[in-house]
Design a protein around this ligand. Structure first.
Ligand SMILES: [Mg+2]
Length: 259
């Protein structure tokens, strides 16, 4: 068999970061620290999240010249600045609400679309946040408001000890008030519960990039660990998820009839 001499077809990989390409040591019980590669630093500049040898091998594969790696993360610009993994192309931050160009500046067209779509969500976001605030205070949870392009888009609830009972109560209350027809939705993971736009997020950002600056790829891959990553992974030709992630656990728990 003769290998083709032409360069390989272009591939775009959209990848969630935390718990997909690296994770904190707490998520790596029993791992030999000598085998881990630091990938982020904390606010004091100390190594915080690490990649396993398997994640390093995956990153090596994604570093091929015909592959464009686009992070798709909930991190904001400050948290993104603590990621030491070299990222040279487009970057999706703030759960999709910010897209940075390869030069590192916000894509102005996306920013304008986001601002327009956030305007009618300001009142529901204020109402939802106001309703949960007393419960957060009673349960000792911290409530923070996050903005993109100068406009609030998300409320995040965290508990100092990540108490699962506290986070579950806050999640239940938020979900009861924000059903499937509500313009805001709730996402949850092991250490926070967040209220954010239902139709404006990682998937919309990936769709925008595929329709504009990154159109024409022969192959697109979506990498993510969380159920909330599924919509953006579903915009890609193939999806890849780490073992022991939230998405994999959810899939394993499904019992489908064997036909
Ligand atoms: Mg993740």
């Amino acid at each position: 068999m003769t290998l083709p001499l032409t360069s390989p077809a272009s591939t775009v990989v959209f990848a969630d970061l935390d718990d997909t390409l690296f994770q904190t040591l707490r998520k790596l019980p029993g791992a030999d620290p000598a085998t881990l590669t630091p990938m982020t630093v904390d606010s004091r500049g100390q190594p915080h999240s690490h990649a396993t040898p398997a994640q390093m091998a995956l990153l090596d594969l994604l570093a091929a010249p015909h592959v464009t790696l686009v992070p798709v993360t909930g991190r904001d610009a400050a948290a993104m600045a603590r990621v030491t993994l070299p990222l040279r192309s487009w970057r999706v931050l703030d759960h999709g609400l910010t897209i940075l160009t390869p030069a590192g500046t916000p894509d102005p067209e996306w920013a304008a679309q986001v601002r327009a779509q956030l305007a009618p969500l300001q009142e529901p976001l204020r109402a939802g946040t106001g309703a949960i605030a007393p419960h957060a205070a009673r349960l000792g949870a911290r409530l923070t408001s996050h903005a993109a392009h100068g406009t609030p888009f998300m409320t995040v609830l965290k508990h100092p000890d990540a108490d699962p009972a506290v986070l579950a109560e806050l999640q239940d209350r938020l979900e009861a008030a924000h059903g499937p027809d509500h313009p805001l939705r709730v996402i949850a993971n092991a250490n926070n519960v967040s209220l954010l736009p239902r139709h404006l997020g990682k998937a919309a950002a990936v769709r925008y990039l595929l329709g504009t600056h990154l159109s024409g790829a022969a192959l697109t891959l979506g990498l993510g660990d969380s159920v909330s990553d599924l919509p953006f992974m579903d915009e890609c030709d193939f999806a890849l998820t780490p073992r022991r992630g939230q998405l994999m656990r959810t899939l394993r728990a499904l019992t489908l009839p064997q036909r």
